[in-house]
Design a protein around this ligand. Structure first.
Ligand code: UT7
Length: 331
């Protein structure tokens, strides 16, 4: 009997209509298009406007895009995971609401939070359920409304982040396509460098925390940058060496979109040319949990059955890792 692997069989996406350009940011904070473009590679990002719309709004749309394109019956889905750092509500799961809204009435659902590595970890979780034979259809959605936790007077963070959602369906494969290897890491040393101080159990919300702006993301960019560059490169390289792959064996590098310079450093270490590196940071900025599935959706038409993909991500916590996956279909 051949081994069951977990393949991605469909992808979908949603980004909000509102485009926040570098030019518009110049009107909020002391920055400029030239600085943002050269230091990050970002030209614009999407922002979800509209009262009462949270992360689930985008997660639902991305999932519906996937269901419609792949003609998947939502009632056949066993599990819905929403990878997110910005859930709709603190306790009630965003994934549960999303699953119900898309008609996945036979699924169970939960959220997975690992900052910018949430989707990568979600891929590993989905693959484990499939490989074990326990479930047949696992939907992983990466969605974040970063604009809900950004201080638009802080130029260190407001230029970077954007809103969006992407989705991928994992199913069993007996031809050997799908997730082949993974190397996932974390280190609590990162806790102080990228975080929201208040609103959690250490420092519950108060008038004081609101006044002090402690519900917004704070990042020590330089430090995070340093860790991101070395760690994303290291784990990506490990995927190659551990699987006896050369750079010629890799068709696509799928890196978390935090900074063009981090993406380039990772690509250099792996040794792949720029045309093999998926990039959409210029359009969406850093959408946290949504960067990897948004890349898959944007590049889906160029992906061919049998292509070898290396995913890599780094985020708050710190959390990071890489996944080696073989693409399972031609679109
Ligand atoms: O996805 C989760 C993980 N996150 C990341 O991977 C993000 C990692 N970090 C980064 O991408 C970069 O550190 C940033 C894009 C956040 C910042 O870039 P940097 O090259 O590290 O800039 P810096 O913070 O070292 O600042 C360099 C200079 C400073 O001026 P001085 O002190 O040299 O005069 C800053 O004050 O640039 C200044 N600066 C800005 N200038 C214009 C900082 N932010 C801005 C800005 N516009 N928005």
């Amino acid at each position: 009997m051949s081994k069951i692997t977990a393949a991605i069989t469909a992808v979908g996406k949603y980004v909000p209509d509102y485009v926040l350009t570098n030019k518009e940011l110049e009107t909020f904070v002391d920055t400029n298009d030239e600085w943002i473009t050269t230091r990050t590679g970002i030209k614009e990002r999407r922002i979800l406007k509209g009262e009462g719309l949270g992360t689930s709004f985008m997660a639902i749309k991305a999932a519906q895009d996937l269901l419609q394109k792949s003609k998947t019956n939502p009632e056949e889905i066993d599990l819905v995971i929403v990878a997110t750092a910005t859930p709709d509500l603190l306790v009630a799961s965003t994934a549960v609401y999303t699953a119900t809204e898309i008609g996945a009435i036979n699924a169970f659902a939960y959220d997975l939070q690992a900052a910018c590595s949430s989707f990568l970890y979600g891929m590993s979780t989905a693959a484990s359920y499939i490989e074990s034979g326990r479930y047949k259809k696992v939907l992983v959605i990466g969605a974040d409304k970063m604009s809900s936790i950004i201080d638009y007077t802080d130029r260190a963070t407001c230029i970077i982040f954007g809103d969006g959602a992407g989705a991928a369906l994992f199913e069993p494969n007996s031809e050997g396509f799908g997730l082949k290897d993974e190397y996932l890491r974390s280190d609590g040393i990162g806790r102080d460098f990228l975080k929201i101080d208040a609103g959690g159990s250490i420092l519950p919300p108060s008038e004081e925390t609101v006044k002090n702006g402690q519900h917004f993301v704070h990042q020590e960019g330089k430090t995070v940058f340093k860790y991101a560059v070395s760690n994303m490169a290291e784990v990506s390289e490990k995927m190659l060496t551990r699987n006896n792959l050369t750079k010629e064996d890799i068709q696509w590098l799928v890196p978390h979109q935090a900074n063009k310079r981090i993406i380039e450093a990772t690509a250099n270490r792996v040794g792949v040319e720029a045309d093999k590196v998926m990039v959409n940071i210029h359009k969406y900025g850093n959408t946290t949990s949504a960067t990897l599935p948004l890349l898959l959706a944007d590049y889906e038409s160029q992906l061919k059955k049998g292509d070898n993909l290396i995913f890599a991500a780094f985020g708050g916590g710190f959390t990071w890792g890489a996944i080696y996956l073989t693409w399972a279909y031609n679109s």
